[in-house]
Design a protein around this ligand. Structure first.
Ligand code: SF4
Length: 168
């Protein structure tokens, strides 16, 4: 069994619904294009700084029962960068920080940055590796792996399954 690191701390019931009704999963083409542009612009910046890096580095962490996997956007010799396209700068969600913290654990780096790009400029948010958050992440995936799902209403505003969720 495999779980993407990007699921960490997301609403478990949403993950359940996404598996059961994949036809309602909606990632707008415009959002994909914005994300692609953010990575291109950030890569351009790394190149201008002459920073050696690896792009889309596959990473994984194996437990006894399942594997957590992902691709870090950019890795340098000491840092991990996860680039997010946003309409407006905002406080990073626990989901984003947890995902980056997992990449830090998987890559052996101690420091990473969430890089937000609003179409014009970047904002970097530093994340230092947290063993406590890593353990909490593993507890989250252990819970998912148990097949139990609870509703985390802090993600409802971004959820494309809210119309089903309310009926179940
Ligand atoms: S509407 Fe809210 S509680 Fe329901 S699945 Fe989506 S995020 Fe979870």
């Amino acid at each position: 069994m495999k779980y993407p690191a990007s699921w960490v701390f997301r609403c478990p019931f949403q993950i359940y619904l996404a598996g059961k009704y994949p036809e309602y999963s909606r990632i707008e083409a415009e959002a994909i294009e914005r994300g692609r542009k953010a990575e291109i612009e950030f890569e351009r910046m790394l190149k201008s700084l002459r920073t050696p890096y690896r792009k889309q580095k596959p990473l994984n962490y194996r437990t006894k029962y399942y594997t957590i996997y992902g691709r870090a956007d950019f890795i340098t010799h000491s840092e991990v960068y996860e680039v997010k396209s946003v309409r407006a700068f905002r406080k990073p969600t626990k989901n984003w920080i947890g995902q980056l913290n997992l990449y830090l654990a998987m890559s052996g780096r101690k420091k990473g940055f969430l890089v937000e790009y609003n179409g014009e400029k970047f904002r970097k948010y530093e994340v230092n590796y947290s063993d406590r958050l890593f353990r909490e992440s593993i507890e989250f995936f252990n819970y998912l792996h148990s097949g139990r799902y609870y509703r985390d209403t802090s993600y409802c505003q971004w959820c494309t399954y809210s119309f089903i969720c309310e009926e179940l």
